[in-house]
Write a protein that binds this ligand. Structure first.
Ligand code: PRP
Ligand code: URA
Length: 208
């Protein structure tokens, strides 16, 4: 069964409130996405494997640890782009691979338009990044793409999820753990998360 981690960290709650605010401008919005992602990264990376390594301190030689597995960050265009910087600061050795999906406004089904994954997987752990998990269609499609590519361990990191999205992703892909800052009330009749924050892509890029 998928693990679903919902942050209860006070800093996440505080920053998420500013992110939701309709008067937050795109510059501040992008800053908040970066900061909340950094805070969520702590939990999402908690079970990464490490290998022992020798390190020389100014006093002696001791055992330290280094990350063992190559990690891939997969932002889902467009809105996932804003999440890359925060987690990349923590894992500068990570590779970043882009997948582009948008939601058809009528059917709410995801439409894939870009895929920059290499032919063979180069990473062992894939963290895919998308601030909004609404119907879950885009996340389920992304996991299908990643599994078809050969990804072995996949985790989802988002900011706001609807219960419908959690249900869809965890039912269809119970092996994919989910890390989010909040689970909201419901989806409205046009597939937007309520209370949510509006359109995460438009609010980052000043479009719409
Ligand atoms: C948003 C969001 C997710 C998707 C979530 O992208 O970033 O990718 O919707 O909805 P779902 O769970 O119902 O599939 P959008 O289609 O608005 O594209 P954008 O990021 O390019 O703005
Ligand atoms: N995509 C968004 O950007 N916001 C939502 O509320 C739902 C999907």
């Amino acid at each position: 069964m998928a693990k679903v981690y919902v942050s209860d960290h006070p800093l996440v709650k505080h920053k998420l409130t500013h992110l939701r605010d309709k008067d937050t401008d795109p510059k501040k919005f992008r800053e908040l996405i970066r900061e909340i992602t950094l805070l969520l990264a702590y939990e999402a990376t908690r079970d990464l494997e490490v290998a022992p390594t020798k390190v020389e301190t100014p006093l002696t030689t001791t055992v330290g640890y280094k990350l063992k597995e190559p990690i891939g960050l997969i932002p889902i265009l467009r809105a996932g782009l804003g999440m890359v910087e925060g987690i990349w600061e923590m894992i500068p050795s990570a590779e970043v691979w882009h997948i582009g999906l948008f939601r058809d406004e009528q059917t709410l089904r995801p439409v894939a338009y870009y895929n920059r994954l290499p032919i063979h997987p180069t990473v062992s752990v894939c963290l895919f990044l998308d601030p909004m998990l609404a119907t879950g269609g885009s996340a389920v499609k992304t996991v299908e793409i990643l599994k078809a590519w050969g990804a072995r361990r996949i985790k989802f990191m988002g900011l706001i999820a609807a219960p419908e999205g959690i249900e869809a992703l965890s039912t269809q892909h119970p092996d994919v753990d989910i890390y989010v800052a909040a689970v909201d009330e419901h989806l409205n009749e046009i597939g937007y998360i309520v209370p949510g924050l509006g359109d995460a892509g438009d609010r980052q890029f000043g479009t719409g």
